[in-house]
Structure formats: structure tokens, C-alpha cells
Design a protein around this ligand. Structure first.
Ligand code: MSP
Length: 711
């Protein structure tokens, strides 16, 4: 078998955050799983360096686009290196190898007769670098907003561009998707793409003349104008330019291309599904090249419901800081390096605690099924850490290796039928099979669930066999068997966790006396090894995070500006920062669990009839502005399904930037008597959670029309 996994190439108008890290870590885990199975495996990541968005970012920074990309692109490579990502190649779209292959692809599409010159007129979102029709935009007053970025889209007025005949590929693409259920995964995204294609594919503008930061189209157009390529056509081609031979007569006949391309899995976020599952296959069909095997979409990581992104500064979590904060000095006893691919793992990278990197990887991959959205909270992260990593895995490793140190240990076949051993080996066999199935099906959370069933069974085995009593009673054979069985189970666990927890896997394998603990372990067979083994006590793995440690982690991650507000008590300041919201443009940082305000006194019971007097309705925020000279107040325009939107003044300015609210569905007390606040007549109230400070707004978990009654 062969496996080729790609991440999206990241825009260099931004620096890496936890959302980017999630994609890259998932891809890395899948690549590690396939390497373990001895498959020819390749992982690609890189940076997307052309286009209007990057040109504008450079202008803003007062440097040339070239200077800008050369400065930012290494930050991605550096982050992945420090996080131990084992990519085999890192491609930058400004590299010559890429430009040549993009030119070759363009020529194939020209030769196929799929390009024509026409005028483009329509809406464009620079954030997505994407074209939109009005039916797919949202509206705020007279302004059309991008549904992803919630920012105004730009009108492109009659620009002469090359058009790609995408409409021609509507039916072939539909047929392909229908015939290849593995092409778009998970299934919900496949259905979304099918529905989108069925609304009709329009020809696509694939060049621009209004700016110049892009790959030049090989020749000027017949009217003499020089175009640059549409940035998505340029960027998507990275997946093959990293395999092709740029200088060959046929770049696409290279040996890497032949070996890997048919097995390509493009891991992406749901915001870029259309580009990967519609545009890209149409380009490839036109160029006469095979389609990738799978486009695999994951959801978004949010902080209190807001997508982690550049435009929401307080949602940003630096993965390096998070890994560093989670790693306990002296904890895993490693230097944060494990083997890896050539492109992003390197001995010169400053070390991060491997246990911190692993804890972050575990949380991200265990907490949310791939494909779903996930909300980052400190509570859920600490809960996962303490329950699964400290109590279950850390405890088992600690107990088992302490017992094993210096003791003879060997599985004795004649004792394997004994019920406790039989039970453990049955659970172990199931764990190997289930983990393999789950990783193959791109479900890392299920793989981890399966492994943890074995981890917990291992702890039960120690409890039930009480090896310390066997030792005391001088039952040497039985003791050696129990210890041998534990060693065998832990060896399996150390191998199974490797894709997600590579550093901890190496630490455990070293303690168990493995020959090449730093190498890639082979995928384990389900049977327990019966060899005589020697092990030593492992350094503590994942020590429990008590309240003080948790507060220190929160303090390390919330913005320093907010921490400075209360210099005397960093933890308190951290907790306050997480609740109090530093800047007007930013929504709250992830909530600090340790010092959430004490709940207020419960109120006496009310009759149902009393509750029935409150008219709650779903409202959609259409516009939001700050109320002058009132630092807590926002003036909202809320659609309640009535002929005109209502004006509502809400005390939420410290928790939400006005633009973050536009489009949000909220719950409104619709029959609250109007009140005049700061001279503005407020016609309702929005429900929000929080005691002294607002921690979040109420909402609905389905797409319910404004005005719907809530009861
Ligand atoms: N440059 C394009 C991709 C071109 S691929 C041919 C791009 N870049 S991006 O930097 O904006 O995003 C890269 C990836 O990061 C996307 O898959 C996106 O979904 C992912 N994420 C960015 N923010 C994210 C979250 N908050 N959560 C999860 N993934 C997120 O799009």
C-alpha cells in the first residue's frame, strides 16, 4: 500500500495558530500510522504565497510581497519543526519548481480548449480569494458580507480574464463522485458538495489583471494583456508540483507522481471544500490527470463559538505556547524530538517538551470527531489531560515500569488461559483491530477510544493481580508472568499511541527496553510477545495538573496585556483576562476554569404560568455598533421575523466585537417592556450567560428562522 497525505498550504498573511496546527497534526498522525505499517508514505505541507490577500498584507506591512513572504513562510516551517511534525516536503508557491509545473498544467488546459477570454463582473472575497453570487452572501443593510469572514466583499467590475469551462465538467464530476464514495469524506461533506454541484457549475474566472503578485500566465492574451493566475488554481497545483519533475518534457510522468498521486488524501478545513472538491477535480479532468483519492474535510476549532482566526485576535492560541505550557519540565524526560520526515523535523529546532506536544495532540484528536466543529476550552482540555493522560496512561506506565524494574518478566504460555490474562489479551486484540480500522477510516478519536479501553484494562489487571502481593509471597513464576503480560500489553499500547503521541511512545518504549525507541515502531500484532524482557522505571508521564498548574497554563496563554492589569496575582489576572476581554475588537479568550465567578443564589421556584408570560424568540443580529461613551453597551439591530428589525441595547460590548455578532442567532426576550438606555429606545433583551461579566450568548443549535418561538 502507498499513502500520500497533504495539508492545505497556509496563507502567509497570517502566523500559525491552533486551527492550522490541528490540520497539520491530524495529517502527521495519519502519516505516522501508515509509516508504521511499512507503507510508502509521504506527507506534504507548505505555504500559499501569491494573491491579492498576500499582496495587501505586504502593502500594510510596508514591504514588497517578496520580502513579506520570505519573512512569514519560515514561521510555518519553524512551528511544524518545533511541534515535531514529520512532513517529507514543504512547498512554497513562490518556488521555481512550483511555477514551472503550474505553467505545464495551464498549457494542458489550454490544449484541451477549456479557456476563453471574457469579462468578469461580480463579488469577490479577498479573505477566501473566492467568487460569490449574491445567493451565497449575507447582507447587512446595503452591504454584502462573506459568509465565512463576515466582512464586506468587493465588487470586481468588468475585468478581462481567462475563463475556465467548469460548466463542461459538471456531469463528469457528478458521475465521478457518485461512483467513488471514498472521494469526499466524511459523508455529510460529500452530500454538501453534490448539492452544490447540482445547483449548476458556472465557468470560472482563472486569471487577474488588476494586480500582479501571482504566477504569470505563460503568454499575454490576444489583446496584449499580461495576466496572473487565479491564486486557487496556482495553490491547488502544489499537491502535484511537489511530486512532478519540473524540468522534464512531461513533468507529470515523474516516479514520485506515479507512485504517490493515485493515493493522495487532501486533508482540509470545511471552509475550503468547494475549491478542493469542485474546482480542483475539474482542473485535473481538463488536464487529463487522475483525481486524488480522497478529499477529507474537518470542521473548525472555535473559542466560545468564534472560529479561531486572524480576524479574531482573542481566539488565537499559539500552538507552541500551548505545548510549552502543557509540558511539565522533567516530565516525559525527552527533548521533544522524534524521528520524522525530512522537511520539518530537524535536529536544530529548539526543543519543546514532548509531553506538552503530545498532550495538545491528544486533546485535539480525541475531543472532536474529525469532520465536526470543536470548541476549545481550558476545562475540557484539563479534564481530558487529567482523566485520560494522567490517571489512565500515566498511571499505568508509572505502576508497570516501577514493578518491572529489575524483575524477571516473561509471559508463560501455560498461564495465559487464566481468566485475568485471557481478558487482557482479548481486550488487547480488539484494541489492535479497532485502532487499525479507525485510523484507516480517518477517525482518530475512535482509535484513541479503542486504545484507552486497553489502557484501562491494563490498570484493572494490575489491581486484580496485585503483583506486589505475589512478590511478598515469593510466587516468582506467577509474578514473572504477570509482569511479562504487563510488559507485553504496554508494548502494544506504546506502539498504538505512536501516531498521536509519538514522544510518549518513544519514552515508554525506552523504559520497556526497546532497541530503537526513537524509531518508527512496527504496527503491532495482536498476540503478546513471550520474550524475556528487561525494563526500567519510566520518568513520570503526564503528571496530574492541579489547580495551581492549571492556572499557570491559563496565565501563559491569555494575552499579556490583560495579565498586566493585575500584576500582583498572575493566576487571578489570567482568569480575569479570560473573562474580562482585553480589547474592544476582540471576543473573550478561552474561559479560565479555575476562577469563574461564583454562581449567584438560586431563586425560588416559579409556576409554569409565570414562565409562560415570557415571550422568547429567535433573533438574528443584522447590525451592531458601539454606543458612544458607554464602554459596555452595543446597539443591535435584530431581526425577529417582524416587518422591521428591532433596536436592542445590550451590555455585551466588553465581550464581543460588534462585527462578530452580525449574522448570529440569539434568543431575545421579545415582550420586555421597552426602555430608553442612553437615549436609545431598546425593544427587547438578549439572553447571555455569565454573572459579572458576559461569558457567552444564548443561541439555537439548528438553522431556525428569525422570529421562531422558544419555549
Ligand atoms: N491557502 C488556503 C489553502 C490553499 S490549499 C491549496 C487557505 N489557507 S489558510 O491558511 O487560510 O487555511 C489553511 C487551513 O487551516 C484550512 O484548511 C483551514 O480550514 C484551516 N484552519 C484555519 N482556521 C481553522 C480553525 N479555526 N479550525 C480548524 N481549521 C482551521 O485556506
Amino acid at each position: 500500500m502507498t499513502f500520500y497525505i497533504t495539508t492545505p498550504i497556509y496563507y502567509v498573511n497570517d502566523v500559525p495558530h491552533l486551527g492550522h496546527a490541528y490540520t497539520t497534526i491530524c495529517a502527521d498522525a495519519f502519516a505516522r500510522f501508515h509509516r508504521m505499517r511499512g507503507e510508502a508514505t509521504r506527507m506534504l505541507t507548505g505555504t500559499d504565497e501569491h494573491g491579492q490577500k498576500v499582496e495587501e498584507a505586504a502593502q500594510k506591512a510596508g514591504v514588497s510581497p517578496r520580502q513579506h513572504v520570505d519573512e512569514v513562510a519560515p514561521r510555518f516551517a519553524h512551528t511544524w519543526r518545533r511541534l515535531g511534525i514529520a512532513a517529507d516536503d514543504f512547498i512554497r508557491t513562490t518556488e521555481a519548481r512550483h511555477g514551472k509545473v503550474v505553467g505545464a498544467l495551464w498549457r494542458r488546459i489550454v490544449d484541451h480548449g477549456d479557456l476563453y477570454l471574457a469579462s468578469y463582473q461580480g463579488w469577490y472575497c479577498v479573505g477566501c480569494e473566492g467568487f460569490y453570487t449574491e445567493s451565497t452572501l449575507t447582507k447587512d443593510g446595503d452591504t454584502w458580507l462573506c459568509p465565512t469572514h463576515k466582512r464586506p466583499v468587493a465588487w470586481v467590475d468588468k475585468e478581462r480574464t481567462w475563463f475556465f469551462r467548469m460548466s463542461k465538467y459538471q456531469q463528469p464530476l457528478l458521475d465521478y463522485i457518485e461512483a467513488h464514495p471514498e472521494f469526499i469524506q466524511p459523508e455529510a461533506y460529500r452530500n454538501e458538495v453534490l448539492a452544490f454541484i447540482k445547483t449548476g457549475l458556472r465557468d470560472l474566472s482563472v486569471s487577474r489583471t488588476s494586480f500582479s503578485w501571482g504566477i504569470p500566465i505563460p503568454d499575454p492574451d490576444p489583446e496584449g494583456h499580461q495576466h496572473v493566475m487565479y491564486v486557487w488554481m496556482d495553490a491547488l497545483t502544489n499537491y502535484i508540483s511537489a511530486l512532478a519533475d519540473p524540468d522534464a518534457a512531461d513533468p507529470f510522468a515523474s516516479s514520485l507522481m506515479t507512485l504517490f498521486w493515485p493515493h493522495a488524501v487532501h486533508l482540509i478545513g470545511k471552509d475550503i471544500l468547494r475549491f478542493h472538491a469542485v474546482y480542483w477535480p475539474c482542473f485535473l479532468l481538463s488536464a487529463g490527470l487522475p483525481l486524488p483519492k480522497t478529499v477529507l474535510s474537518h470542521g473548525w476549532w472555535t473559542v466560545r463559538g468564534e472560529k479561531i482566526s486572524k480576524s479574531m485576535p482573542a481566539t488565537r492560541i499559539d500552538p507552541i505556547q500551548l505545548a510549552r505550557a502543557l509540558g511539565t519540565p522533567g516530565g516525559a524526560g525527552d527533548d521533544g524530538r522524534v524521528d520524522g520526515g525530512a522537511a520539518t523535523s530537524s535536529a536544530d529546532s529548539p526543543s519543546l517538551p514532548g509531553s506538552g506536544v503530545d498532550a495538545m495532540r491528544y486533546y485535539l484528536l480525541r475531543e472532536v470527531p474529525l469532520g465536526n466543529d470543536g470548541d476549545f476550552t481550558f476545562e475540557s482540555m484539563f479534564a481530558r489531560y487529567n482523566a485520560d493522560l494522567a490517571n489512565d496512561l500515566g498511571n499505568l506506565v508509572n505502576r508497570a515500569t516501577t514493578l518491572l524494574e529489575g524483575q524477571p518478566a516473561r509471559v508463560r504460555p501455560e498461564l495465559c488461559g487464566e481468566p485475568r490474562t485471557a481478558q487482557l489479551s482479548r481486550v488487547a486484540a480488539e484494541a489492535v483491530a479497532d485502532t487499525e480500522q479507525a485510523f484507516t477510516a480517518f477517525a482518530p478519536h475512535r482509535a484513541l477510544e479503542a486504545i484507552w479501553r486497553l489502557v484501562r484494562e491494563g490498570n484493572r489487571y494490575v489491581d486484580a493481580c496485585e503483583p506486589w502481593k505475589l512478590k511478598k509471597a515469593g510466587k516468582a513464576d506467577e509474578l514473572a508472568h504477570v509482569l511479562g503480560t504487563l510488559h507485553a500489553a504496554l508494548t502494544l499500547i506504546a506502539a498504538l499511541i505512536y501516531p498521536v503521541l509519538p514522544h510518549s511512545s518513544a519514552t515508554i518504549r525506552a523504559a520497556l527496553g526497546a532497541d530503537d525507541a526513537q524509531g518508527v515502531p512496527a504496527w503491532p500484532s495482536a498476540a503478546f510477545s513471550q520474550a524475556e524482557v528487561a525494563a526500567h522505571k519510566s520518568a513520570p508521564l503526564f503528571p496530574r495538573l492541579d489547580a495551581a498548574a492549571q492556572e499557570a497554563i491559563v496565565a501563559a496563554l491569555v494575552p499579556p496585556a490583560a495579565r498586566a492589569a493585575a500584576p500582583g496575582d498572575a493566576a487571578e489576572a489570567a482568569a480575569q483576562a479570560a473573562q474580562a476581554v482585553p480589547a474592544a475588537q476582540a471576543p473573550p479568550a478561552p474561559a479560565a476554569p479555575a476562577r469563574v465567578t461564583a454562581p449567584s443564589q438560586p431563586l425560588p421556584p416559579i409556576e409554569f404560568a409565570d414562565f409562560g408570560k415570557v415571550e422568547l424568540r429567535v433573533g438574528q443580529v443584522k447590525a451592531a455598533v458601539a454606543v458612544p461613551k458607554a464602554k459596555k453597551l452595543l446597539q443591535l439591530s435584530v431581526d425577529l421575523g417582524e416587518p422591521a428589525p428591532r433596536t436592542i441595547v445590550a451590555g455585551i460590548a466588553e465581550a464581543f466585537a460588534p462585527e462578530a455578532l452580525v449574522g448570529k442567532k440569539v434568543i431575545v426576550v421579545a415582550n420586555l417592556a421597552p426602555a430608553t438606555i442612553r437615549g436609545i429606545r431598546s425593544e427587547g433583551m438578549i439572553l447571555a450567560a455569565g454573572e459579572d461579566s458576559i461569558l457567552g450568548l444564548s443561541g439555537v443549535d439548528a438553522d431556525v428562522p428569525p422570529g421562531t418561538r422558544v419555549r
